[in-house]
Structures are given as C-alpha cells and as structure tokens.
Design a protein around this ligand. Structure first.
Ligand code: CDP
Length: 265
C-alpha cells in the first residue's frame, strides 16, 4: 500500500510537512484534523454541549463535511476548502473557540468511531491503488496506530510545547486574527493532554514510527528527511522540489499545488 502516516501533537508541523511530501511524491494529502474540527464547529453552531456524548456523536455520524481543492480562494494560504452543509468553514474551524473544545469532541468514542471509519476507507481507497493516484499522505493523531496501522511508512513529528505555541501564535497573527500567546500556550498544553490521555486512540507514536524533531529545522528540511524513508519503505521516486516561493519556502501556494483528497465525508 502506498500510504504515509504523519502523527504528532498540535502544531508539530504535520500539515505543512505532509503537504510538501505529497507534492514531491504526487501523493494526495488528507488532513484528518479538519473532520474533528468541523464536528466541533457544528457543535458550537448548534449550541450543543460538548459533554453530551450522544448528541455530539449523532452530529459526527450525520454531518456532511465537504473537502475540495482551493479554487479562486487559494491565495489566502488554505490547503483545502472545507464546507459544512453550504457554509465555508475553512477558517472558522481554526478559531480559538473551536481549539478550546475540539479535543473533548475528539475524545468522544462515538465521534471517533464515525470519523476514523470514514478515514480508513478514504486511506484504503487512495493508498491501495484502487484509485488513480500514486498514494496518500494522511495526517492526524492516530493514523499510524488506528486508522492505517498497515501503512509502510509512519512518521511522528514532535517539537517542544513553547515552540509549537509560537508557531500557532504566528499563524493566527499572519491571518489577521487577535492572538494571546499565554492563552494559546495553555490551550495547547490542555489539548495535548486530553489527546494523549483519552481512552480511545490516544496520541502516541506507533511502535514502528520514525520520530522526527521539527524545532530548529525548516519544514523543507524535515521533508528531506522523510523522502529517503519513502524511497526505502515504499519504493517510490520523489520529484525535484517545486519552484520556491518568494520567502524561500515552498509552502502551499508556491509552485504547483499538492493534490488533496476531495469529496463529501
Ligand atoms: O492543527 P493542529 O495540530 O492544532 O490540530 P488538528 O490536527 O487540526 O487537530 C485538531 C484536534 O482534532 C486535535 O487536537 C485532536 O483532538 C483531534 N484529532 C484527533 O483526535 N485525531 C486525528 N486523527 C486528528 C485530529
């Protein structure tokens, strides 16, 4: 199977690195966090208590989550456009309000059952040669341990909490949002704790995952560590790096875009 899993705590670099690995291998990219975030957003939107296991589980089972490649809206740095029903929630699912409840929502057994089943089907379809793509890069918390444990290459990214909080702070400021560093740090610490200590599918490296530190190195350097592992474990041949953006990195939007897994889930 041509699948690479990338797990790790909040803001450890999974999405940036995963997207770039996808670009270099012509693999599709799928960020499973958007599904948990979409459910958390819907809970807030509908005024449902995040502690109501049954009600939250029902939302997760029924919510139409649409993922598509960015079109004319690509210039704002998005990797994908996310819809819930007819509403574009691409940025609202990244709000501090969603951050503050998403881990509680993701610890709900019914939510995990509903979403990880869908994610596994998506991973099998795109990673097994049944679809036309060369393969899939899936990122999240439990992709190597629960969703696609048979993937031939599993990566676990990590970086110190302070560094990760600084990244999230910068991202929010760059998007023009107000950001409070102390609050981001506290929220992230709590989110990591809930994600790591939950009973179902806790955040942890798979036994056979390669663990890579992402502090003090650029995303492109992390990608350069992963590509030889993809050659070794999947036997694939990476293409040369895409044209670089003005800032020197090849972040989403620079050069050709990576394909993302699109559809209604
Ligand atoms: O971008 P960031 O790393 O902050 O978070 P994310 O990947 O968008 O995930 C948001 C939340 O969804 C996480 O804190 C987890 O609670 C949950 N999640 C999960 O439980 N399992 C996954 N496979 C992906 C996300």
């Amino acid at each position: 199977m041509n699948a690479i899993t990338i797990d790790g705590p909040a803001a450890s670099g999974k999405s940036t690195v995963g997207y770039l690995v996808g670009q270099r291998l012509d693999f599709l990219f799928f960020d499973t966090g958007v599904m948990y975030r979409a459910v958390a957003w819907a809970i807030l939107d509908r005024g449902i208590d995040s502690a109501d296991i049954g009600a939250v589980g029902r939302v997760a089972g029924q919510l139409p989550i649409g993922v598509k490649a960015p079109g004319a809206d690509a210039g704002d740095g998005r990797q994908a456009t996310i819809h819930v029903g007819g509403v574009d929630v691409t940025w609202s699912i990244r709000s501090p309000r969603v951050d503050s409840i998403v881990s509680v929502v993701a610890a709900n057994r019914l939510v995990r059952e509903a979403l990880s089943r869908k994610q596994r089907l998506i991973g099998l379809e795109h990673g097994s040669g049944a679809a036309e793509e060369a393969g899939v890069v899936m990122v999240g918390r439990d992709i190597g341990t629960v969703v696609l444990p048979e993937a031939p290459l599993k990566i676990y990214l990590e970086a110190p909490l302070e560094e990760r909080a600084r990244r999230r702070f910068r991202e929010l400021v760059e998007r023009g949002n107000e950001a409070d560093f102390a609050r981001i740090l506290d929220d992230m610490r709590l989110r990591d704790q809930i994600d790591s200590e939950r009973a179902v599918a806790p955040l942890r490296p798979a036994r056979d995952a390669y663990q890579i530190r992402t502090d003090g190195v650029s995303a492109v350097e992390v990608v350069e560590q992963i590509l030889p592992l993809a050659v070794k474990h999947l036997g694939v041949a990476p293409s040369s790096p895409r044209k670089q953006g003005p800032s020197g990195d090849s972040s989403p939007g620079a050069g050709r875009d990576c394909g993302i897994i699109a559809g209604s889930f």
